[in-house]
Ligand binder design. Structure first.
Ligand code: C2E
Ligand code: MG
Ligand code: MG
Length: 709
């Protein structure tokens, strides 16, 4: 999985953890809410049920009070003795003896009043054993009370009534015999008992009906239950009030510690879930950030990587900063450092270079590492391109010191400025193109992108196509340049050279050979050249054939086997064949070169080291790789004409080679003087325009005929 995907994966996980935690919290809160609702409803319902019971009990208490006074009144009013006595002249005394006196400390009533049949005369009126004025004590309501109690057999009229001292219950009933015998007068005296609604009554009712704290109040009181008390006209004259027992609340108070404990545990649990969820989300967020960092950075240097660089360039595109300039920096000679000192030193070097690049210029806002030894710098600002390039190149002016080693590397730079409408990828491509050109031009160069580079690349691409076709259709031909014996001047061999003739002119092998190497056509081209030149050489028996081989071919592990099978196929003696190779391959890929050379030498093929003296190859390398011949480069031969010590160096080189028994060919001989010097210096074979220019196979055949003639 790429780091980018990892980042996305972790972000998905984080969201799902957050979602799960939130879901869990919501479920827990909903459950808590439901539980709280259940407890509150149970508490309230229990309270309401008991309150309803208490109100019914209060009404029953009032009814009990009423029925008790009602029964007492009937017991006294419906009484044969009383009827007779009240009708007699001693009525007042009788009433006092039986009722007035009793009222002093009798629990069932507080006062007794006897009114005459006229409803206005008071026969007897006693309260708590003492005479009193009913009209003053009860007011007008007293007469309304007794006026409603007139008829025989009627149940007592009983009402609550306001008194001077509070509220009383008054019951009135005509005084009458137990059984009506004979004619009764239409109007009868009335006996009224009243009982003050006092604390004794309240405490009795409270005890009998489980109404704790029952008392009288003028108006309902907040927080207390109440039952109104109405007078005979239906007006409210007071209220029985008492506190609710609230049994639900009482139960709630009992279970409250457990509920509280449960809530605390739940809260702690939820807090724990939240903390764990948050910690996990934080951990995943950190992972995601790390993954994103990893996706955008190079692990060795800590710099941005290619993806990070492109993202940054895209971000800059939307900003109002100046358009950036991109510099691609490629280290020259980094591979050699790795090969010589190992990868650990190579890694150290990359880190040191990275740090140096980051700090090289204040306008360099970002540095990325794009590959092994390739870096990119982003400049935002007004500093000139040359200033930045010089700053970068200056970093490589001095060797680097790593673990006591002195390490020298250079740098090539390709720069590209961002035009208004080019994308990050295009900017990178342009800088890359410029870098490619800088490297082509040699080490330590800086090149800025120019559209001409694109056009040139286009031309190269077209040329590639043409070359491919030319190889395919045989348009690449072989010409042959004679190699003659230095002593006799007789042609001993021929060097095959590739020629590409096109409608618009000839293209030099100096151009199309490197092109074929770069675009992967060299194997085909080399194979074609080998085949054609062998086919021609078969017409020139006894002569050696030299064919140039590119280092790229030699590094192909299949190369040796292909050459051998071609020789077999064409039935050509391998001992007649010399392969000419340049020294480059001995430096870049010595192991594979050696394997190919050894393999081919086994079947009798010879090897010549071409262009000796223009590079770094030493005479030691000649021996080491088992070369059969050395060819002195044309540049050394032509240097003979410029008066200098060139001749001495050349002579010394040739004599060293001959001392090692390696024969030497001098190439590029254009005049007799050169030929003489080289012959004298010990070259046994000469080649050059003086002896013969490269020519067609046909011309070679005629030349050989002339020579034979
Ligand atoms: P080279 O192998 O060193 O070939 C000698 C080059 O020097 C040839 O150039 C030849 O024409 C030129 N030359 C010979 N004598 C004289 C002289 O007296 N004066 C001057 N000025 N030049 C002389 P050419 O044919 O242009 O080939 C250039 C190079 O291209 C060759 O150098 C060889 O390295 C490469 N090349 C040519 N053909 C092939 C091929 O078939 N395969 C490969 N791999 N390389 C080839
Ligand atoms: Mg050659
Ligand atoms: Mg040469």
């Amino acid at each position: 999985m790429s780091s980018n995907l990892a980042g996305r994966h972790v972000r998905t996980q984080t969201s799902s953890i957050i979602a799960t935690t939130v879901f869990f919290l919501v479920v827990a809160l909903v459950l808590t809410g439901l539980m709280a609702h259940v407890v509150a409803t149970m508490t309230r319902s229990a309270n309401e049920i008991d309150d309803a019971r208490a109100i019914r009990a209060s009404r029953a208490a009032i009814a009990a009070f009423v029925s008790r006074l009602s029964a007492t009144t009937t017991d006294n009013a419906v009484w044969d003795d009383a009827y007779k006595a009240i009708a007699s002249p001693g009525a007042a005394d009788w009433a006092y003896e039986n009722w007035g006196k009793t009222s002093e400390d009798y629990p069932l009533y507080d006062g007794a009043i006897v009114t005459g049949p006229d409803r206005s005369s008071i026969v007897s009126a006693y309260a708590k054993g003492k005479p009193f004025q009913p009209s003053a004590f009860f007011g007008e309501a007293f007469y309304r009370q007794i006026n409603t109690a007139t008829d025989f057999g009627q149940a007592p009229v009983i009402n609550f009534i306001k008194t001077e001292t509070g509220i009383a219950l008054i019951a009135s009933q005509p005084i009458q015999p137990y059984r009506a015998e004979g004619e009764l007068p239409t109007k009868l005296s009335v006996l009224s008992f009243y009982k003050q609604f006092n604390s004794d009554v309240l405490s009795t009712l409270s005890n009998e009906h489980e109404l704790e704290g029952l008392r009288l109040a003028a108006a309902p009181e907040p927080g207390l239950l109440n039952t109104p008390i109405t007078d005979m006209k239906g007006g409210v004259i007071g209220h029985l009030v008492w506190p609710s027992k609230a049994p639900g609340s009482a139960v709630f108070r009992q279970v409250y510690p457990f509920v509280a404990a449960a809530i605390i545990i739940l809260v702690l649990f939820l807090a724990g879930v939240l903390l764990v969820g948050a910690a996990e989300a934080r951990r995943l967020r950190q992972l995601a950030q790390a993954a994103i960092f990893e996706a955008n950075h190079d692990s060795l240097s800590g710099l941005l990587n290619r993806h990070g660089l492109l993202t940054l360039l895209e971000d800059l595109e939307g900003s109002d900063l100046l358009p950036p300039r991109l510099y691609l920096v490629d280290l020259d000679g980094f591979k050699a450092v790795n090969d010589a000192w190992g990868h650990a030193v190579g890694d150290d070097l990359i880190r040191i270079v990275s740090n140096a690049l980051i700090a090289c210029h204040p306008e360099v806002v970002a540095v990325a590492r794009l590959g092994g030894d390739e870096f990119a710098l982003v400049q935002v600002g007004t500093a000139a391109r040359q200033e930045i390039e010089e700053t970068i190149l200056a970093l490589f002016a001095e060797p680097f010191k790593i673990d006591g080693r002195t390490i020298e590397v250079g740098a090539s730079i390709g720069a590209a400025a961002r035009d208004a409408d080019i994308e990050a990828l295009e900017l990178l491509r342009r800088a890359d193109m410029a870098l490619y050109r800088a490297k082509e031009n040699g080490r330590g160069r800086a090149i800025e992108y120019d559209p001409e580079l694109d056009r040139e690349r286009q031309r190269v691409a077209e040329l590639e196509t043409l070359l491919k076709n030319a190889i395919g259709n045989g348009a690449i031909e072989a010409v042959f340049q004679p190699l003659v014996s230095a002593t006799t001047g007789v042609v001993t061999g021929l060097e095959a050279l590739a020629r590409w003739r096109t409608a618009t002119g000839n293209i030099s092998p100096e151009i199309f050979i490197p092109l074929a190497e770069r675009c992967g056509l060299i194997d085909a081209l080399g194979g074609h050249m080998l085949k054609t030149s062998i086919e021609h050489a078969k017409n020139w028996p006894g002569l050696a054939l030299s064919v140039n081989v590119s280092p790229v071919q030699l590094c192909n592990p299949e190369f040796a086997a292909e050459v051998i099978s071609l020789l077999q196929e064409l039935d050509f003696d391998p001992r007649r064949l010399t392969l000419e190779i340049t020294e480059g391959v001995l430096m870049t890929n010595p192991d594979q070169a050696r394997r190919s050379i050894d393999h081919l030498k086994q079947v009798g093929i010879k090897f010549a080291l071409d262009d000796f003296g223009c590079g770094y190859a030493s005479i030691g390398a000649l021996r080491q790789f088992g070369f059969d011949r050395m060819k002195i480069d044309r540049s050394l031969v032509s240097a003979l004409d410029q008066a200098s010590n060139g001749a001495d160096v050349l002579k010394a080189t040739i004599s060293l080679a001959t001392a090692l028994q390696i024969p030497v060919t001098a190439e590029g001989i254009e005049n007799i003087r050169q030929a003489a010097v080289l012959r004298e210096a010990g070259c046994d074979q000469l080649q050059g325009y003086l002896i013969g220019k490269p020519m067609s196979a046909l011309d070679i055949t005629s030349l050989l005929h002339e020579q034979a003639a």
